[in-house]
Design a protein around this ligand. Structure first.
Ligand SMILES: [Fe+2]
Ligand SMILES: [Fe+2]
Length: 203
């Protein structure tokens, strides 16, 4: 199943829509906390601080959008307030594990270098995904005449992708090769996540 066919079904059901927004909020929050956790306390840059702040804002903003679904019933990230809760939590953590495994075996990185390289590749793959997912969601929202909107997120995610490419160019002349590996790993995980969402809709 494709996300573009699943989303109209989710948006049409207030309760599912509220849980979808909460699930996106959870994933943004997980991403934000991962960026913050990978920050070096001394060498952290303006760009990394900006990025972490904006991902935290996305988590908050999506949570706030739940009010517009007139459901307003997702106070926490407990499983009952999410869609595909187990997989939604697993997705980003597994991507991190897969990317770290690749960096250790292929580039023999450890410690601080490993943490920074994993931040670059995981975040790059997520930004590629975000640049695809949010516009599909916004289209579905427009078609449904929903009051929810994610345009401010789309704008910031586009900036993030550019910033990640900039940082990756400084990281390695072979950055595109490594970045593609991360994108391949993410694509596999994302497809499984969409299948899980499809199963929720069909139940
Ligand atoms: Fe984000
Ligand atoms: Fe982002």
């Amino acid at each position: 199943m494709e996300l573009s066919t699943i989303l109209p079904n989710i948006i049409a059901d207030k309760q599912l829509h509220a849980r979808w927004l909460n699930t996106l909020s959870l994933m943004e929050n997980t991403g934000a906390r991962k960026i913050s956790a990978s920050e070096d306390p001394v060498t952290v840059t303006y760009i990394i601080l900006k990025h972490a702040a904006e991902e935290h804002r996305h988590a908050f903003y999506l949570k706030k959008q739940i009010e517009k679904t007139e459901e307003g019933l997702c106070p926490t990230y407990a499983g009952e307030y999410l869609l595909a809760p187990a997989y939604s939590k697993y997705y980003l953590n597994q991507l991190d594990i897969d990317v770290c495994r690749y960096l250790k075996s292929e580039l023999k990185l450890t410690g601080r270098e490993l943490r920074f390289a994993a931040y670059l590749l995981v975040t790059y793959a997520i930004e590629v995904r975000a640049d695809e997912l949010y516009p599909i969601y916004q289209d579905a929202l427009d078609n449904a005449g929903s009051k929810v909107n994610v345009k401010s997120i789309i704008l910031e995610e586009e900036g993030h992708l550019e910033e990640m490419i900039n940082q990756l160019q400084h990281f390695s002349p072979d950055w595109q090769l490594h970045a593609q590996k991360a994108v391949d790993m993410e694509t596999r995980l994302f497809k499984n996540w969409v299948n899980e969402l499809g199963a929720v809709i069909n139940n």
